[in-house]
Design a protein around this ligand. Structure first.
Ligand code: C2O
Ligand code: CU
Ligand code: CU
Length: 497
C-alpha cells in the first residue's frame, strides 16, 4: 500500500513535471521529460515503471524453502549474579548463498545478533563493545531505560570503545530489539546486519499457558529485505533509495530461502519487521485465521483472530498459528500481500499436546482520564525522499524539540500531512517508552493495536492520538522508522525532566 502511494506519486510527479509549462519546475530546468537532468537511479526507476507497469517497485522473490530457518543464539549472561551481558558489534563474513562469503556486520557473531532474555525486576548490566572500524551506538528499541543509556545518536562509541548501561527491567513481557543509531550511518549499519532481539518476561507471562519453548514452539522471525550485488555482496550505497531502501530478496533471521519445520501444535511466532523500509502484510496462504497475542510492548488482553497483519518497519507482533489442524502433506506458508511466499512450513508428523490459549493475557486499558486529556504535543509528518520533515524541521542534534515531565502522561497528536503527490505512510517511533494509541482519526484503534506500542504506522491524512508517558529521564529520539527518512532528518528530540 505504501508502495502504491509511492508509485502513484511518482507517476503524478512525472505528469506534472512533463505536462505543465510555465510552472515553477521550468525554472529548475526540469520541465520536460529530458532525462539529462535525472540521476541514473531516477532513470532506472522510470524504466522499471514503463516496462513492468507494476505498482510494486521492488517485488520480493518467493522463498524456495531450501534452507532451514536459522535461530539466533540465546545470549547467556557473563555473570549470573550481577547479570552482565556482553555485546560486541563486529564485522565478519557470512555464507548466505551457498559457497559465497558475504561481508556482513553482526553482534557477537558475523551476522545479526543474539536474543537477550530479560526478566522484569532484574537489575542488569549491558556491556557494549565496538569492534567495528567506525563509530556506532547500541539502541534498545522499546526498552524503558534512562536517556543516557538509550543508545541514541548522542551515545556514540568510537572503534575500540566499551560502555556499560545498568538498569532495572521495569516493563511487561514483550519482544523488543536492538540496533545501532549513529547519525548518518544507522540505515547502512542495520542494512549490513546489526540487529538483535530482546525478550522480556514477567510473572504474568511465565504463568500463562502460551507456547514458550524457544526453537520448539516459540520462534523469532526477523524479516529483512536486501538487494545483493552480482557477486552476492551488500552494497548499501549502490542501492540506497532516499525514500526507503528496498530489496528483492527476503532474509528471515538472516536465512535466505528459509523454511521452518514445526510440530502439529500451536506455534508462537514473534514477528519483527527489521527492514529499512518495506512494509509487510503477513497472511497464511490458505487464508486461514491465526491469533495475535502481542503488540510491540506487551501482550494483548486476549488472543485476537486475524487473517492478516500489517507491520511497518520497527513494529513487532506475536502471533500463534495452529498447526494441529494441518496434515504434514499440506503446503502451509506465510505470504505477503502480493502472494510472495515468505516462509513455507514443513509440518512434522510428531504431535504434541496443544492446549487452548488462555482467554485472558493482560489488563491493558486506555483510561477515561487519558481519553479526556488535552493534546499537548503536536507532530506533523511531511514530505518524501530527502524533503522529509517533522513540524517543518529537520533533525538537529543540538535542538531539543519538546520537554516532558517524568511520569506524566501527555497526549501527542500525530498528523501525516499529504503533499501534492499524496504522501506516504510513516512508521512513527518514540524511544524510551511504550505508549497507548488513544484514537486513529477520532476512532478507537482496531483490536490488533489495543496494546502497548512504541511504533505506529500513520497513513497520509491520518491523525493519531497517543498517550505517552516516560518512566525515566533523559533525551529521547522520536522519528520515522523508515531508516532513510530518519537519516534525512525526520527525527526530533524530547527531553524528559
Ligand atoms: Cu528502532 Cu530510533 O529506533
Ligand atoms: Cu527506538
Ligand atoms: Cu517516513
Amino acid at each position: 500500500m505504501n508502495s502504491k502511494v509511492l508509485f502513484t506519486s511518482l507517476l503524478l510527479g512525472i505528469v506534472i513535471i512533463g505536462g505543465c509549462s510555465g510552472n515553477n519546475f521550468e525554472s529548475n530546468g526540469n520541465a520536460s521529460m529530458d532525462h539529462s537532468n535525472m540521476s541514473e537511479e531516477e532513470m532506472m526507476d522510470m524504466e522499471g515503471m514503463e516496462m513492468e507497469g507494476d505498482p510494486e517497485p521492488v517485488e520480493l522473490k518467493n522463498s524456495t524453502g531450501e534452507n532451514e530457518l536459522v535461530l539466533p543464539p540465546l545470549l547467556e549472561p557473563e555473570n549470573e549474579k550481577g547479570i552482565v551481558y556482553n555485546i560486541t558489534a563486529q564485522k565478519g563474513t557470512t555464507e548466505i548463498f551457498d559457497g559465497v562469503q558475504t561481508a556482513t556486520y553482526g553482534y557477537n557473531g558475523s551476522f545479526l545478533g543474539p536474543v537477550i532474555r530479560l526478566t522484569e525486576g532484574d537489575t542488569i548490566k549491558l556491556r557494549t563493545n565496538n569492534a567495528l572500524s567506525e563509530a556506532t551506538t547500541f539502541h534498545w528499541h522499546g526498552l524503558d531505560v534512562q536517556g543516557a543509556g538509550d543508545g541514541g545518536p548522542h551515545q556514540l562509541l568510537q572503534p575500540g570503545e566499551t560502555k556499560e548501561v545498568e538498569f532495572t527491567v521495569n516493563q511487561q513481557a514483550s519482544t523488543l530489539w536492538f540496533h545501532p543509531h549513529p547519525e548518518g550511518a544507522t540505515a547502512e549499519q542495520v542494512y549490513n546486519g546489526l540487529a538483535g532481539l530482546i525478550y522480556v518476561e514477567d510473572e504474568n507471562s511465565k504463568n500463562l499457558a502460551l507456547p514458550n519453548e524457544y526453537g520448539v514452539n516459540d520462534f523469532p522471525l526477523v524479516f529483512q529485505d536486501r538487494e545483493f550485488s552480482n557477486d552476492k555482496q551488500l552494497d548499501y550505497q549502490a542501492v540506497l533509495n532516499e525514500d526507503g531502501t528496498l530489496g528483492d530478496t527476503l532474509l528471515i533471521n538472516g536465512t535466505l530461502n528459509p523454511k521452518l519445520t514445526v510440530r502439529k501444535e500451536k506455534i508462537r511466532l514473534r514477528l519483527l519487521n527489521g527492514s529499512n523500509a518495506r512494509e509487510y502484510t503477513f497472511k497464511l496462504n490458505t487464508g486461514d485465521k491465526f491469533q495475535q497475542i502481542g503488540t510491540d510492548g506487551g501482550l494483548l488482553n486476549k488472543p485476537t483472530k486475524l487473517t492478516e497483519i500489517i507491520l511497518t518497519t520497527g513494529e513487532r507482533a506475536e502471533i500463534v498459528v495452529d498447526f494441529s489442524k494441518y496434515k504434514p502433506s499440506e503446503d502451509i506458508a506465510i505470504i505477503n500481500e502480493n502472494g510472495a511466499v515468505l516462509l513455507p512450513f514443513k509440518i512434522d508428523e510428531q504431535k504434541s499436546n496443544s492446549v487452548d490459549l488462555p482467554e485472558t493475557l493482560n489488563n491493558y486499558a486506555v483510561t477515561e482520564e487519558e481519553r479526556n486529556l488535552p493534546v499537548t504535543k503536536k507532530i506533523e509528518l511531511f514530505g518524501m525522499g530527502d524533503m522529509v520533515t517533522i513540524n517543518g524541521k529537520k533533525f538537529d542534534m543540538n535542538r531539543i524539540d519538546f520537554t516532558q515531565q517524568q511520569g506524566e502522561t501527555e497526549i501527542w497528536e500525530l498528523y501525516n500531512k499529504p503533499d501534492m503527490m499524496g504522501g506516504m505512510t510513516h512508521p512513527f517511533h518514540i524511544h524510551g517508552t511504550q505508549f497507548k494509541i488513544v484514537s486513529i482519526d477520532g476512532k478507537e484503534p482496531p483490536a490488533s493495536l489495543q496494546g502497548w506500542k512504541d511504533t505506529v504506522a500513520i497513513q497520509p491524512k491520518q491523525t493519531i492520538k497517543l498517550a505517552v508517558k516516560f518512566n525515566n529521564k533523559g533525551v529521547y529520539m522520536f522519528h520515522c522508522h523508515i531508516l532513510e527518512h530518519e537519516e534525512n532528518g525526520m527525527m526530533g528530540q524530547v527531553e524528559v525532566k
